[in-house]
Design a protein around this ligand. Structure first.
Ligand code: GTP
Ligand code: MG
Length: 369
């Protein structure tokens, strides 16, 4: 179910219901044993207990849009998907910009800067897909789709500021997702840069970097001067090689919605990270509770493309409405199927809304009512 009661969740984790109620209270959610939780809250609770949450959408199971398992022989290597996280102002966006510029310099980009949440950079003939995490809420939604979205996490820490609350949070996200972590110690050009202090503070988060004889890679960089960026890219490729990332490019496409918006000229624009298969113009697809026929595909350089395969971020034009970030994306066999799935999901959303309206209230909501 897309919603679950406190008791049911407790049963599944083999924990006591009261323990969950306490944890919820700590999160500012006043709930009794019989109260219904939405997926996001349930996930936070599960993580709080140190378990790894796994979401199962009823509709996907019943309708089977994820399709069959891939045959080993159909798998081909794919680019690593790397999520960049970190405390506010530590230089996450600057790093992404610097990497993108490097790509422009190498003649890759067409000079059209189009901000989407995901893009590819080519390093010595190998592609790396980067995901921006523009805000906490967005990242939670991304994470909600499971660890499969990201292969590697880069946590950016400013050398002149050190480990801050969102640095800790980012590390926790990476750990919860079970993906390798790379620490980028940024702003090394700054007067007050003290990378050893960062290394020291990371110990408290149980992150032991390589130069402290640990197993977490760290790279000193400056997004401003470009110092260490080649090294960072090499480290990513090294890590990716170890992961032996593969996907079947020749099946119906599956992916995740990175962001979606309504564009005046282009209609619904669904920025999607393709995870397996290849999406093509004319394909019928479902994205969350919306469906459509692929009218056009636009890559991260603003160029129209005919298709997009595994690990490729692409803007999909043609959805009937605007899906949400974190929604799944799947190409289906025909329009009737698409309608069936979307009808089911919209029904689920309605039910969930009705339950939420009668469900647990946050402290904040209680006080502002
Ligand atoms: P949020 O998106 O708000 O979380 O911040 P961010 O992590 O994306 O930081 P952003 O890239 O916006 O950088 C914040 C400030 O730090 C900007 O003024 C940057 O110019 C500056 N900055 C980023 N990287 C470096 C660096 O390597 N050296 C120096 N000196 N300044 C930097
Ligand atoms: Mg930013």
């Amino acid at each position: 179910p897309e919603v679950i009661t406190v008791q049911e969740l407790a049963n599944r984790m083999a924990e006591k219901g009261v323990a969950l109620v306490k944890v919820l209270m700590g999160m500012g959610v006043m709930a009794t044993i019989n109260e219904v939780l939405d997926q996001d809250t349930a996930q936070l609770v599960v993580e709080e207990f140190g378990h790894k949450p796994k979401r199962v959408l009823d509709s996907d199971v019943e309708i089977g849009i994820s399709g069959a398992e891939d045959d080993e022989t159909d798998l081909a290597s794919r680019a690593p998907v790397v999520t960049v996280m970190g405390h506010v102002d530590h230089g996450k966006t600057s790093l992404l910009d610097a990497l993108r510029k490097a790509n422009v310099v190498s003649g890759e980009a067409g000079g059209i800067t189009q901000h989407i949440g995901a893009y590819q950079v080519e390093v010595s003939g190998q592609k790396i897909t980067f995901l921006d995490t523009p805000g906490h809420a967005a990242f939670t939604e991304m994470r909600a789709r499971g660890a499969s979205v990201t292969d590697i996490c880069i946590v950016v820490v400013a050398a002149d500021d050190g480990v801050m609350p969102q640095t800790k949070e980012a590390i926790a996200h990476a750990k919860a997702a079970g993906v390798p972590l790379i620490i980028a110690i940024n702003k090394m050009d700054r007067e007050g840069a003290n990378p050893d202090r960062v290394r020291q503070e990371l110990l408290q988060e149980e992150v032991v970097v390589e130069s402290f004889s640990g197993d977490v890679q760290e790279v000193e960089i400056s997004a401003l001067t470009g110092l260490g960026l080649d090294n960072l890219k090499e480290q990513i490729l090294l890590q990716a090689e170890l992961l032996e990332l593969k996907a079947n490019p020749s099946r119906a496409a599956n992916g995740v919605v990175v962001e979606a918006k309504l564009d005046k000229g282009r209609g619904s624009v669904t920025t999607t990270l393709i995870q397996k298969g290849t999406v093509k113009i004319g394909d019928i697809f479902v994205a969350g509770a919306e469906w459509g026929r692929v009218r056009a595909l636009v890559n991260d350089k603003g160029q129209q493309v005919k298709e997009a395969g595994p690990s490729v971020p692409v803007e999909v034009l043609g959805a009937g409405g605007v899906p949400s970030a974190g929604d799944d994306f799947a190409v289906v066999s025909n329009e009737a199927r698409a309608r069936e799935i979307v009808d089911y999901r919209q029904e689920q959303i309605k039910k969930k809304r009705a339950l939420a309206a009668a469900g647990p209230k946050t402290m904040e909501a209680m006080f502002t009512q």
